[in-house]
Design a protein around this ligand. Structure first.
Ligand code: GAL
Length: 420
């Protein structure tokens, strides 16, 4: 495909997304998006899985990937939805072969990527791979795909790859809109649904253009396994909330839960905020040796359910005072997800009224604590109160308090309309 044609398509797509945004009709702009370039029908809820980078960096090989796939199954994480097993940078030989194809590095992936995809598929999961919209990947150890988009997309499809993370290093200075569109088009032509994860580090406000090209886009630089890095990634991602929706997600970067640089409460906050923001939930630790405490965080089904809610609305920070934050999200079944996040260093009391959540001020509500796995008895029935430890959070789902609306297993319910 000619560069000029791609450029034209990108401009067209941007016009379309502007019209969608201006009309203010989310479902309308959603269907317009779906009608255009990528339109691969996948990623309707945020992708879940594992990625090698945060823990292993370039120290990867096929044994590690296979054992990780095994561990996702044996820990029960795969059954909870963590289905993508994603290889990041450093999987390839330094140069293409004589026909210009990318090749897996012989010393670390001797069986090749196709065999790995077959293995991961045999476990009921999906395989992800990594490339770059430039001449070398960010580690510089292998070629990027710029100028080889169609050939590489065909290679990935022929190997049975299901997910492509596409990075932004060592390019020719042309616009990311153009370079990322070229791979989007190539993937669409390759004949296999491949989730397309755009890694442009939020430099040129990708939320405003990447939803027409890919299924997710990074909203900032690389996360580090530190409280300050995690909180700032959350804030950067929050700014773009209105651009997310089924099939197109803001990506504040992969999870650090289990890598050891934060406390349990900090990791619980990290996971809760990623979940309510509808971030991709890509585990970034060594699952083979993860502690029970970390697996309990990553495996909290009630929190995952908020992330995977079919409405696909990104939760937002609705209040921030003295490092005490309230985040909220509308969920299906006319429920609301809430995180009370104490980013300060002292224990803090929180009070949230139903009015602040957009609910009728006097409606009696049922409140479920997603970390204690219990319904909360609200003595003051028209507001929620809690004491939250430093750097910790509380996470709830709120719904109408009508016994008859509870289904028999007590964990699912529906309720009358209360949202505007
Ligand atoms: C960075 C990217 C990281 C990782 C790394 C690999 O650009 O943001 O997530 O993929 O490259 O070299």
């Amino acid at each position: 495909m000619e560069r000029r044609v791609i450029g034209f398509l990108v401009v067209l797509l941007q016009l379309v997304s502007c019209v969608g945004a201006l009309s203010g009709n989310a479902s309308n702009s959603g269907s317009l998006y779906a009608a255009f370039l990528l339109s691969n029908g996948i990623g309707r809820t945020p992708p879940m899985g594992w990625n090698s980078w945060n823990h292993f960096h370039c120290r990867i090989d096929e044994w590690t990937i296979k054992k990780t796939a095994d561990a996702l199954v044996s820990t029960g994480l795969a059954a909870l939805g963590y289905k993508y097993v994603n290889i990041d940078d450093c999987w390839g030989e330094a140069n293409r072969d004589s026909r210009g194809n990318l090749v897996a590095r012989k010393s670390t992936f001797p069986s090749g990527i196709k065999a790995l995809a077959d293995y991961v598929h045999s476990k009921g999961m999906k395989l992800g791979i990594y490339s770059d919209a430039g001449y070398r990947t960010c580690s510089k150890t292998m070629p990027g795909s710029l100028g080889h988009e169609e050939q590489d997309a065909r290679t990935f499809a022929s190997w049975g790859v299901d997910y492509l993370k596409y990075d932004n290093c060592y390019h020719d200075g042309s616009s990311p809109q153009n370079r990322f569109a070229r791979m989007s088009y190539a993937l669409r032509k390759a004949g296999r649904p491949i989730l397309y994860s755009i890694c442009e580090w939020g430099e040129q406000n990708p939320a405003t253009w990447a939803g027409t090209l890919g299924n997710s886009w990074r909203t900032g630089g690389d996360i580090q396994d530190k409280w300050e890095s995690m909180t700032s990634a959350a804030d950067q991602n929050d700014a773009w909330g209105r651009f997310a929706g089924p099939g197109r997600w803001n990506d504040p970067d992969m999870l650090e839960v289990g890598n050891g640089g934060m406390s349990i409460e900090e990791y619980r906050s990290h996971f809760s905020i990623w979940a309510i923001m509808k971030a991709p939930l890509l585990i970034g630790c060594d699952i083979k040796s993860a502690s029970r405490a970390m697996l309990r965080i990553l495996g909290n089904k009630e929190v995952i359910d908020v992330n995977q809610d079919p409405l696909g609305i990104q939760g937002r920070k609705i209040r921030s005072r003295a490092d005490q934050e309230v985040w909220a999200v509308p969920l299906s079944g006319r429920r609301i997800g809430i995180v009370l996040w104490n980013r300060s260093w002292s224990r803090a009391p929180f009070t949230v009224s139903w009015r602040e959540l957009g609910l009728a001020p006097s409606a009696p509500m049922l409140v479920r604590d997603l970390w204690l796995h219990k319904f909360v008895s609200t003595r003051q029935r028209y507001r929620l109160t809690a004491i939250v430890s430093p750097h910790a959070c509380k996470m709830y789902v709120v719904s109408a308090q009508t016994q008859s609306l509870l289904e028999t297993n007590g964990s699912q319910w529906s309720m009358p309309a209360f949202l505007p």
